[in-house]
Design a protein around this ligand. Structure first.
Ligand code: KIV
Length: 298
């Protein structure tokens, strides 16, 4: 009897797992990842054929309107993970562990990571940091939960880093980053996000590791790429990092649609006949009979 568990296929595509990502690296095939925070975006990413969806704590900035990612809570993350999990089954689903959900103690880290799988419907978690996170990473992995690392510009440390600025630009800082990447691999991470680091350093790290690297502002030498979907779609106007490529300008398009709607309602152009439900003449006559009065029809 075979002990192999088959992964359900969705519309002809096999479920993407951490092994799929590893195989893509081995074959030299780029890995695609984007963020999602809701059901409709998850459906669209699934249809478009994305490899992995990150429910990022960037949620705090691009959806919830916080100044940075620090105020995001576990409950907010789980709420949005559930919506994404209802919309997408095939991509690997990764939940981003928010600030203070894994730094306080190892047991809290494991419990919170578990919530992403048990309640949020995720397949894996991501957390930020290097050597200082090894104990938590090992414990989460030992609990059977795949962990994605995140090095370079780690937004939860924005105050320590002195702002959202590129990392690993000096030889010493680059050496430390490379060491951290190796330590994360040894601790059991299945992949590592490299954010805002010099392209040649990211290429070197990608060559030295057997697990995939997923770059954001880290050049083309990474094994995969990720962007914040709201940046890619032109939906987040507050600021756009240099490394973002905009594939749509939805902010302007949505604002145009809202203005047109307001004008239509004010000018009584909406709703028109095709947007309106009507009663039959017989039912209308019956209503007048029931009310015992004649109603003026316009
Ligand atoms: O929160 C997020 O969206 C992220 C990506 C930028 C990698 O961590």
């Amino acid at each position: 009897m075979s002990t192999q568990i088959s992964v359900p296929e969705q519309g002809g595509r096999k479920k993407v797992t951490v092994l799929t990502l590893r195989q893509k690296k081995e074959r030299g095939q780029p890995i695609t990842m984007l963020t999602a925070y809701d059901y409709p975006t998850a459906i669209l990413l699934e249809r478009a054929g994305i490899d992995a969806i990150l429910v990022g704590d960037s949620l705090g900035m691009v959806v919830l309107g916080y100044e940075n990612t620090l105020p995001v809570t576990m409950d907010e993350m789980i709420h949005h993970c559930k919506a994404v999990a209802r919309g997408a089954r095939t991509p690997l689903l990764i939940g981003d562990m928010p600030f203070l959900s894994y730094q306080v103690s190892v047991s809290e880290a494991v419990r919170n990571a578990g919530r992403f799988l048990q309640e949020g419907g995720m397949d894996a978690v991501k957390l930020e940091g290097g050597r200082e996170r090894l104990e938590a990473i090992r414990a989460i992995v030992q609990a059977g939960i795949p962990v994605m690392g995140h090095l370079g510009l780690t937004p939860q440390s924005v105050h320590q880093l002195g702002g959202f600025r590129p990392q690993g630009r000096t030889a010493r800082a680059a050496q430390r980053l490379l060491e951290d990447a190796r330590l994360l691999e040894e601790a059991g991470c299945f992949a590592i996000v490299l954010e805002s680091v010099p392209a040649r350093l990211a290429t070197l790290i990608s060559q030295r590791l057997s697990i995939p690297t997923i770059g954001i502002g880290a050049g083309p030498g990474c094994d995969g790429q990720v962007l914040v979907t709201h940046d890619l779609l032109g939906l987040f106007e507050r600021f756009t990092p240099r490394f973002v490529k905009r594939y749509a300008q939805l902010h302007a398009e949505i604002e145009r649609a809202f203005r047109e709607y307001i004008q239509d309602v004010e000018a009584r152009r909406f709703p028109a006949a095709e947007h309106t439900v009507e009663m039959s003449e017989e039912e209308w006559a019956e209503l007048q009979r029931l009310l015992g009065e004649s109603i003026l029809s316009e």
